[in-house]
Each structure stands twice: as structure tokens, then as C-alpha cells.
Design a protein around this ligand. Structure first.
Ligand code: SF4
Length: 323
């Protein structure tokens, strides 16, 4: 059961992101809150988070978008949805708003990139397919195990449905990556689980995966403690040491990360299994500034990305993979 509240957004709807992979690509959140209710969702720590089962929909988002774009000297090449919510939530009002915004942007020739765990309705797919050249999709999928998914992502579609969604996006000619993030230590990081998932993705026509491991903040640790069986929670959180603070570029903040050695071990395993299935893995650089990592391509690749990304301060400091 989701409670939807309408609100008027006062601040700009097009928001720049601190993520290096989103340099030059503004972002939009249509809502605060998301009914997928993932236990590991970082937005639970944000001041605008309305609480579990609650969604605040910005009713004036389309109107504001139009006036903000009209005032811009240079229009963005693409817009990214959504840093702290999901464009394809199972909420009719949100889906209707999403349709209107996608329709407007695509008609203007502005590309759309989205990361979703949601089910994209057929009507929205009909809008996206003919514009596939300016659409980039990332689907969040961390396991094929329906029980694990039901515990950690209780409101999101089942993994099998997301796999079918990936098939459909790829078949529609839309460039589609998968986001294997967060990898849950001791839950989804074993070779067998990774192999099942990555084999299914390769079969679905995916060739690139972005990966990172879970990190903790107090709100997130509390959500895990409140919802998981005690034994599983202890096992999961037992991998973290409070002293392992990491300054991540994603939000210019510090988090409790997995110890460097364990993160390296897990991400190396992911890359190894992926290689066996013919997939390429990008390790999220913003969340792993202490590892050789890359742009995770959260918004897909756009022709102007290269120079923009290269100018971003983060990429100036990165080691190249393998160095
Ligand atoms: S789908 Fe994304 S935004 Fe929604 S709850 Fe899950 S992690 Fe958060």
C-alpha cells in the first residue's frame, strides 16, 4: 500500500549531479520516496525522504521543466532519471507524469537515460522504441533469487520480470546495461550466484554491467536491522568495520565501506565471472575512489561524454584499470 501526496516543487527540477558519469547531464527526480522500498536504498538517509510506503509526487515537474529548458542557452544533450527515486514506479500518477515528461523531452530531441527496477508499461515502451537512438537504459538487478529479492527489494518486480524487461529493451533496440549494485557480501557475492545472473544477462543480450558493493550509512543500517531476520542481518553487517570510513565522490560524503581487500576480492570475482560470459564490467569509480575503476556509465554513453567526462576532476585522478 503506497500513500501518494502531491507537492509543488519550489527548487529547480533539472539538477546537476556530483557523479562524474553524469557530468553535463542534468537529473530529475519526479518523486521523493519510492515504493520499491529497497532496504539498501541510499535515499533513505536524505532529508526529503518521506518514509517507507510514502511517495511525494512533484505535480509541477513538467511545467517547471519546460520553463527551465526555455531559459537555457544550451540545452542538455540528455536528462537522467532518477538519482533518488525510480521513473517507473507502480503508481499510476507517477507513470502518467513520467510519460508526459519523456514525451516532451524526446519530442525536443533531448535524450533520456534512466536507471530503473520498475516495470515499464507497454505504452511507455512504444514511446521509447522509435527514439531508441537517444534512449539509454540501466536496469538494477543484483540477484536472480526471488527470495533474496523479496527480502531486499520488497516492492520491486521479481528478478524474472526484470530479466524479461531487459530482453524487451534490448529487442527494442535500446542500449541497455545492468547495474549490479549493491552486491551484498555473503548474500549475492558468491561465484554461483554471480554466474547464474551474468549468464542470464549475456543471454538477454546485455554486454556491459556496472558493479559496486554495499556501503552503509546509519539510516541504511537501521533499515536492514529492522527488516531482515537477525541471523542474516548479523552476517551481512558483520563484514563492515566502523573504522572503514571512505570518502566517496558520489555525494561528497563519507560512508562505511567494506574493507578494501574484501571489496577488491568481490569486484575481481565479478569481473572474472563476467569475462567468462563475455560481459564487460565497469566498477563504479565514485563509490570506489581507492580502487582502479572506471566511469560506470550510469547514463550510458553519449557522443559528448568523452570530453566532458575527461574534464571532470574525478577522472583526472583515476588510475587506469590494471595499473
Ligand atoms: S528502486 Fe532505487 S530509488 Fe527505489 S527504493 Fe530501490 S534503490 Fe531506492
Amino acid at each position: 500500500m503506497v500513500t501518494v501526496t502531491l507537492a509543488q516543487r519550489k527548487s529547480a527540477v533539472l539538477t546537476p549531479s556530483g557523479l562524474a558519469c553524469l557530468a553535463g547531464i542534468p537529473t530529475i527526480n519526479l518523486t521523493a520516496g519510492c515504493p520499491h522500498g529497497c532496504l539498501y536504498c541510499y535515499s533513505q538517509g536524505y532529508s526529503c525522504y518521506p518514509g517507507r510506503g510514502r511517495v511525494v509526487l512533484y505535480a509541477n515537474a513538467l511545467e517547471k521543466l519546460k520553463s527551465e529548458l526555455a531559459r537555457k542557452r544550451k540545452r542538455p544533450q540528455a536528462v537522467y532519471f532518477s538519482p533518488a527515486s525510480d521513473l517507473f514506479q507502480p503508481v499510476p500518477e507517477v507513470l502518467e507524469m513520467a510519460y508526459g515528461i519523456l514525451e516532451y523531452l524526446l519530442a525536443q530531441g533531448i535524450g533520456v537515460a534512466f536507471l530503473t527496477k520498475g516495470r515499464i508499461p507497454e505504452g511507455h515502451m512504444e514511446l521509447l522504441r522509435p527514439k531508441a537512438a537517444i534512449v539509454r537504459a540501466q536496469v538494477g538487478l543484483v540477484t536472480l533469487d526471488p527470495d533474496v529479492a523479496a527480502r531486499f527489494e520488497p516492492g520491486a518486480p521479481r528478478p524474472a520480470d526484470r530479466l524479461a524487461q531487459i530482453h524487451s529493451l534490448v529487442a527494442g533496440g535500446i542500449r541497455t546495461q545492468v547495474r549490479l549494485d549493491p552486491i551484498l557480501p555473503g548474500v549475492t557475492d558468491d561465484r554461483g550466484t554471480l554466474s547464474d545472473l551474468l549468464a542470464a544477462l549475456a543471454q538477454a543480450g546485455v554486454d556491459c554491467v556496472a558493479a559496486s558493493t554495499l556501503f552503509l550509512r546509519p539510516a541504511l543500517a537501521n533499515a536492514l536491522k529492522a527488516a531482515l531476520p537477525e541471523e542474516e542481518c548479523r552476517k551481512l553487517l558483520g563484514h563492515f568495520k566502523p573504522a572503514d570510513r571512505l570518502a566517496i565522490h558520489a555525494e561528497h560524503s563519507t560512508v562505511t565501506a567494506l574493507p578494501l581487500g574484501l571489496r577488491r576480492e568481490i569486484l575481481t570475482r565479478v569481473a572474472d565471472v563476467a569475462r567468462r560470459h563475455g560481459l564487460h564490467v565497469n566498477v563504479c569509480a565514485c563509490k570506489n575512489p581507492d580502487l582502479p575503476s572506471q566511469c560506470c556509465g550510469i547514463a550510458g554513453d553519449w557522443p559528448a561524454d568523452g570530453p566532458q567526462a575527461a574534464q571532470h576532476p574525478l577522472f583526472g585522478t583515476l588510475k587506469q584499470p590494471g595499473h
